[in-house]
Ligand binder design. Structure first.
Ligand code: OSB
Ligand code: MG
Length: 374
């Protein structure tokens, strides 16, 4: 595919309600999109980096710079046939996986359109529907949290995940579990605890959690492995898993029993598939995480979630939970059974609302191809 143009855009998109994790509160998302034009088609990619480098070392601004000055020119100088060619094209750039995923996923998006096949099929997906859970941010009170849980369960969601941190954990989990003895419940600490909290974390076993996600350091395997030996509750790693090797190391060390796969965190579809396959070979189930994506990233998460080893409900939920108006058509909706039905139309399965994107764009820059590659 000859690359005819790459345009970066930043959209300002207010969340319908703030999202609070152990590392901070997000009210407005700065959505970075890449629009890749090739032979009359347009592929779209979304960068999942946060506004600040708190989840990972990347942010909207670092990703913009790397895309503009490094990855964009590298891609423009090549004619990739497949999304799977991108890791090779970008190999000289270390790290910056969310930036890389933005362009790689846009090429897969293009490839699916060119082949006239649904994206999920070219990824090797096998499902016609996926199971959905919700990730609920830290709330200002327990009654407020109860209200939200009621609503999400009524909407059909199959699993409730609570963001937690020291001071918003056992008391909350205890009350929620007492109120809903049978529901599928998990928690996500986003690295808020230390090894000295191990005795405290062991008390989480009383709440029959499906998993506890990333309790310790964002870059750790070793201490998670020590903690897992003490916990009955499965540990799920999110932040720590950057690639297939990490998944294998975590399996080898028994640092976790479940893996959350995020497209941006691992650098795009190729590595996400590699992590999925490695986990599957080691008997580790996976699920698809979310990063408060707009419809484009969401469509890509949906396609990824159709792979065989995505056997647990993901954090991929309806557009309306995040946005007053999403930038895709139709918006993502969830059935009363808590499932998303996979579109079987060619490409990503959701049309891009170009006029709305234009209106929401606060920054736009074209990659000046062929000039900057040494
Ligand atoms: O750890 O899964 C996480 C959002 C931002 C940063 C990190 C995480 C999250 C979520 C949100 O849990 C999931 C969603 O998109 O609904
Ligand atoms: Mg997480």
């Amino acid at each position: 595919m000859k690359i005819d143009g790459i345009i970066l855009r930043e959209l300002q998109l207010p969340l319908v309600r703030p999202f609070e994790t152990s590392f901070g509160v997000t009210r407005d998302r700065r959505i970075l999109l890449a629009e890749v034009r090739s032979e009359g088609l347009t592929g779209w990619g979304e960068c999942t980096a946060g506004e600040h480098p708190y989840f990972s070392g990347e942010s909207t601004d670092t990703a913009w710079q790397i895309l503009l000055h490094e990855l964009g020119p590298m891609l423009a100088a090549e004619s990739p046939e497949h999304g799977g060619d991108c890791p090779r094209i970008f190999r000289r750039v270390r790290g910056n996986r969310m930036a890389k995923a933005t362009l790689e996923n846009a090429i897969w998006d293009l490839e699916a359109q060119r082949e006239g096949l649904p994206l999920f099929q070219i990824l090797g997906g096998v499902r016609d529907r996926i199971a959905c859970g919700v990730s609920l941010g830290i709330q200002s009170s327990i009654p407020e949290l109860f209200g939200i849980i009621e609503k999400e369960l009524a909407a059909g969601y199959q699993r409730i995940k609570l963001k937690c941190k020291p001071g918003w954990d056992v008391e909350v989990l205890d009350k929620v579990r007492s109120r809903w003895p049978a529901m599928t419940l998990s928690c996500d600490a986003n690295s808020a605890y230390r090894l000295r909290d191990a005795d405290h974390l062991v008390t989480f076993d009383a709440f029959d959690l499906l998993m506890i996600e990333q309790p310790l350091w964002h870059d750790d395997f070793y201490y998670h492995s020590m903690l897992q030996k003490r916990l009955n509750t499965p540990i799920c790693l999110d932040e720590s898993i950057r690639n297939r090797r990490d998944a294998l190391a975590a399996a080898e060390m028994e640092s976790c029993k479940i893996i959350n796969i995020k497209l941006g965190r691992v650098g795009g579809f190729s590595e996400a598939i590699a992590v999925h396959n490695a986990a599957q070979e080691r008997g580790i189930p996976v699920w698809c995480g979310g990063m408060l994506e707009s419809g484009i990233g969401r469509a890509h998460n949906i396609a990824l979630s159709t792979l065989e080893n995505f056997t647990l409900p993901g954090d991929v939920s309806a557009s309306a939970r995040y946005w007053k108006e999403d930038i895709i058509e139709p918006e993502v909706t969830v059935t009363p059974q808590g499932e998303i039905e996979i579109p079987d139309t060619p490409g990503r399965g959701y049309e891009v609302r170009f006029d709305l994107i234009e209106r929401l764009t606060v920054r736009k820059e074209a990659i000046r191809a062929f000039e900057l590659v040494g």
